[in-house]
Unconditional design. Structure first.
Length: 254
C-alpha cells in the first residue's frame, strides 16, 4: 500500500499498537479514523490529536460494526484502507474447562469474528476504490504457539490463512490484502507486557512497520525483523527449538 494520501479506518485503535500506528500514519499525510468502544476515550483522543477522526465501535457486536461502517462511509466516502486492529489475549488453563471456555469464546469473537465482520462490512465499498487495502493483524504466535494462550494462538493462525485466502479471492479486484505480523510488543495486551524486556518497544515496532510499508509497498506480509524467529521456524527446520525457546522465556520479560 502507498504510505500517504489514504483514508484509513482502524477499529480497535484507542491504545497500544493501534493508536501508535494511527498517529504515525496521520503524520505521513493520511486521513485516519480510529474506532473504539469508550466514547470518553475517543473524545480525549480527538482533543489530544487534532485531525484524527473517531467513531464508536464494538468489534464484538455485529450490529455495532454495521452501524459504525455506515457512519464511517457517510463521513469518509474516500475510505480506501481498513486495518482490522482489534484483538485480545488471555491466559488460559485447559485442564479446567470452567476456567477457559468463556475466555476462549471471547478471544475467538474478538480476534476472528470481529475481522470477518469488519471485512464483510467494508469490502463492497473498498472494491469501488481505484486502490484499496485491507490490513489484517495476525501474530508471530500464529506460527509458533505460546502454551499459556491457546485460543489467541489459534485465532491468529486463522487470521493468517484468512488473509492468504482473501488475497487469492480478491486478486481480480483493486483490493490488496496485507497481513501485519507483530512479535510481542510492549503494550497492555497481557498484564506486565508494557514493562517486558522480552517484548519489542512500541515506538521501535511502529517505526519499523512504517518503514516497511514505505519501502515495500507490494509486500503481502509486514514482518519486523524480530518476528522472523517465530515466523520461519518451520521453514528453517528448527520449529521445535523455536517453540521450546518461546515457552522457556518469561513472556512478562523477567
Amino acid at each position: 500500500m502507498d504510505i500517504s494520501g489514504n483514508t484509513i479506518f482502524i477499529p480497535g485503535s484507542t491504545s497500544g499498537i493501534g493508536l501508535a500506528l494511527a498517529l504515525a500514519l496521520q503524520d505521513r499525510g493520511n486521513t485516519v479514523i480510529v474506532g473504539g468502544r469508550r466514547t470518553e476515550l475517543l473524545e480525549r483522543i480527538a482533543a489530544e490529536h487534532p485531525g484524527l477522526g473517531t467513531v464508536r465501535i464494538d468489534t464484538t457486536d455485529a450490529a455495532s460494526i454495521g452501524a459504525a461502517a455506515e457512519e464511517v462511509l457517510a463521513r469518509y466516502p474516500d475510505l480506501n484502507v481498513l486495518i482490522t486492529m482489534a484483538g485480545v489475549m488471555r491466559i488460559e488453563d485447559w485442564h479446567q474447562p470452567e476456567t477457559f471456555l468463556a475466555s476462549a469464546e471471547s478471544v475467538v469473537t474478538t480476534n476472528l469474528l470481529g475481522p470477518i465482520r469488519l471485512i464483510a462490512a467494508f469490502v463492497e465499498h473498498l472494491r469501488t476504490r481505484p486502490d484499496a487495502t485491507i490490513v489484517t493483524v495476525s501474530s508471530g504466535l500464529a506460527f509458533a504457539p505460546l502454551k499459556i494462550t491457546p485460543s489467541y494462538n489459534a485465532s491468529k493462525a486463522a487470521i493468517h490463512l484468512l488473509s492468504e485466502s482473501l488475497r487469492l479471492q480478491l486478486a481480480d479486484t483493486t483490493v490488496k490484502v496485507v497481513e501485519l505480523v507483530p512479535p510481542a510488543v510492549r503494550t497492555a495486551l497481557l498484564p506486565g507486557q508494557e514493562e517486558s524486556g522480552f517484548a519489542m518497544p512500541l515506538e521501535e515496532f511502529v517505526s519499523e512497520v512504517v518503514t516497511l510499508l514505505e519501502t515495500r509497498p507490494e509486500a503481502k506480509e509486514i514482518q519486523v525483523e524480530r518476528v522472523k524467529f517465530l515466523r520461519y521456524g518451520e521453514a528453517r527446520g528448527d520449529y521445535d527449538q523455536v517453540v521450546q525457546t518461546l515457552n522457556a522465556a518469561d513472556p512478562h520479560g523477567k
